[in-house]
Design a protein around this ligand. Structure first.
Ligand code: UDP
Ligand code: MG
Length: 173
């Protein structure tokens, strides 16, 4: 990162399974839209338990952890999330604000979670439709967990080139 772009950051956004199932993707992306908020990566991901557990590893001791993992795995909605990387000045904090408080009942009414979040009646899990990184350390960790460098159009973290032999799926010719 050079001095001119010292305040430019990247952050991970996930549109959670409830957001996809309820067709809120467009609404959520619209609320995140601003000339300073640039999408530099986007994909749909079928979430595995391993990925979900890595993503929420810091909450492993919480009583709602297992239900949270089941929520991210799509048990009540769909087993997909949309993962995006946003880039811009102070983007981590700005997207946290647009998203709103973790508990949808406490989130400002004009925030994403305030507008679209619910509390799952059976488990009490906050179905708050969006995840966004909380700080720069989490952002780097989460971007690297969900994306490979080649999936991001602006690479901001150091990369290495590794020669490896592996089987990949290609279109049949
Ligand atoms: N969560 C929940 N109940 C709680 C706290 C959190 O269901 O009491 C869920 C909620 O979906 C939240 C996620 O766990 O988004 C991760 O929690 P965290 O404290 O990291 O909140 P966030 O960073 O998403 O605002
Ligand atoms: Mg968090």
């Amino acid at each position: 990162m050079d001095d001119r772009n010292a305040d430019v950051e990247q952050t991970l956004v996930l549109i959670k399974p409830d957001g996809l199932k309820r067709s809120l993707t467009g609404n959520i992306i619209a609320l995140l839209s601003h000339p300073d908020n640039m999408i530099v990566a986007v994909k749909l991901v079928k979430v595995t338990r391993e990925l979900a557990e890595k993503h929420y590893s810091h909450l492993k001791h919480k009583p709602f952890y297992e239900d949270l993992i089941r929520f991210l795995l799509g048990e009540w909605h769909t087993n997909r999330v949309m993962a995006l990387v946003y880039e811009g000045p102070n983007i981590i904090q700005r997207i946290r604000e647009i998203s709103g408080a973790t508990n949808p009942e406490e989130a400002k009414p004009d925030s994403i979670r305030g507008k679209y979040g619910r509390i799952h009646s059976k488990t009490g899990v906050y179905e708050n439709v969006i995840h966004c990184s909380a700080n720069d350390i989490d952002a780097e960790k989460e971007i690297k967990l969900w994306f490979e460098p080649y999936e991001i159009v602006n690479i901001r973290f150091p990369v290495q080139y590794v020669v490896e032999e592996r089987t990949v799926m290609r279109w049949k010719t």
